[in-house]
Ligand binder design. Structure first.
Ligand SMILES: Nc1nc2c(ncn2[C@@H]2O[C@H](COP(=O)(O)OP(=O)(O)O)[C@@H](O)[C@H]2O)c(=O)[nH]1
Ligand SMILES: [Mg+2]
Length: 238
């Protein structure tokens, strides 16, 4: 029996993600999507990033979870504006949800929006939420076979963080195998070993992210300037 494959939702999502991108660009905000399994350390990682990036960037956080507001509370306790997105059972975030949430922030004053995606290794890779770039976190206790089993999460990402490296002595986790599997699906993607618990590896990782965020913000400024010049020219001609 032939099975119909429908693409409508994805197309609709892409259209809305373009609106998210436009809103972010107009406000010169860089959106970073942090993805990974439940418990891999997304919120811990965001907390680490906040403490290491807040001097340079003004930060907002969208915490995606199926239910509850524990994580948004963790972020708000740091004095960072945060919104909890509850998907009420859905395992992915729609770009439309991000578009609705963005006006909750004073976007004009923000540089960086961090999104903690719903904990999941299957769906997140398939949904473009208008992000500038993606980080996938894989933590040591999850096992070293995850890149092989869920390749899309590691293909469609701009950076892989191996978190909880402080746990390496206690698990049979083959770092070299994970790196080889990652290279097979994402030959150019940077890979960082880190621990949100000990801070190990965070400096190199944060250095990489800082320069990536800076270049995204510089590009948004250039594009806004170019759009302003084009508008001024059009007004001159009129
Ligand atoms: N040992 C260790 N535990 C960590 C590390 N990062 C996070 N955790 C712990 O892992 C658990 C889940 O972290 P959380 O940030 O809530 O994960 P999330 O569900 O992906 O947001 C918490 O108990 C954290 O304290 C790490 O690098 N090492
Ligand atoms: Mg969390």
């Amino acid at each position: 029996m032939e099975i119909k494959v429908l693409h409508q939702v994805m197309e609709w999502n892409e259209d809305v993600s373009a609106q998210v991108k436009k809103t972010l660009e107009e406000n010169k905000v860089c959106l970073v999507n942090v993805m990974g399994s439940p418990g891999c350390g997304k919120t811990s990682f965001i907390t680490e990033l906040i403490s290491r990036l807040r001097e340079e960037f003004s930060i907002g956080v969208i915490e995606g979870d199926i239910a509850g507001q524990i994580d948004a509370e963790r972020i708000a306790a740091l004095g960072i504006p945060s919104v909890q997105l509850n998907t009420d059972g859905a395992c992915h975030i729609e770009a439309m949800s991000i578009l609705h949430i963005l006006p909750q922030f004073a976007l004009g004053g923000l540089d960086l929006m961090l999104v903690a995606y719903i904990g999941n290794l299957v769906c997140p890779a398939e949904f473009d939420i208008g992000e500038n770039f993606r980080i996938t976190i894989l933590s040591v206790p999850e096992g070293d076979d995850k890149v092989k089993k869920y390749p899309l999460m590691f293909t469609d990402t701009d950076c892989l963080v191996l978190n909880k490296c402080d746990m390496l002595p206690y698990f049979d986790f083959d770092l070299q195998a994970v790196e080889a599997d990652y290279r097979a699906v994402n030959p150019e993607g940077p890979l960082f070993q880190a621990s949100c618990r000990t801070g190990e590896g965070m400096e190199a990782l944060v250095g990489h992210l800082k320069s990536r965020i800076r270049s995204e913000l510089a590009r948004a400024s250039e594009e806004a300037e170019a759009a302003g010049t084009a508008e001024a020219k059009a007004a001159e001609k009129a």
